[in-house]
Design a protein around this ligand. Sequence first.
Ligand SMILES: Cc1cc2nc3c(=O)[nH]c(=O)nc-3n(C[C@H](O)[C@H](O)[C@H](O)COP(=O)(O)O)c2cc1C
Length: 173
Amino acid sequence: MTIKVLVAYATKNWSTAEIARTITEVLRNEGLEPEMRLVSEVGDVQAYDAVVLGSPLYAGRWHKDARRFVRRSAQPLAKRPVWLFSSGPLDASAGERDIPPVPAVRRALIRLDAKGHITFGGCLREGAKGRVARMILKSGKGGDYRDFGQIAAWAQRIGATLLGQVAVGPGER
Ligand SMILES: Cc1cc2nc3c(=O)[nH]c(=O)nc-3n(C[C@H](O)[C@H](O)[C@H](O)COP(=O)(O)O)c2cc1C
């Protein structure tokens, strides 16, 4: 039996897309059937057995497309195993400790009965959109703080969990 996993992500400057791609590749290597989609382009969540949903943090909040998706799809999401991730910190903190979800994401975790959440380091590179982004870059505080080993390990745990669930039967989810 194949397990279809939606890997949905929001982004402004595409670094979260690269995180989603790594998660997708790992899940595929684990034997699952992942589909990576921009969250604004997701059709029917019912087509998937499980969902990984991620968004960058901007000014302490998830991207609006991810927030909208949670509102719009709360019902089918709550019926599936869901994992959430945030990407953001432009320093080494995400590799050093667990960074808790921002308040609205914490509420989403409860509402969706999500299996887990992780905050990955963020990335801000030359060419990023927005005046504040340019200011951050000018002050020398940009950079790439994503740890693809950490991202892959998290995705591997999701894959193992989903495969374990199938072993006990999808009806017992
Ligand atoms: C204007 C602006 C505001 C940001 N606010 C936050 C924030 O509140 N918390 C955080 O951890 N990271 C923050 N970041 C860092 C971004 O989340 C990080 O650059 C992220 O990797 C961007 O993802 P994207 O390339 O997919 O859009 C901010 C970046 C910018 C440019």
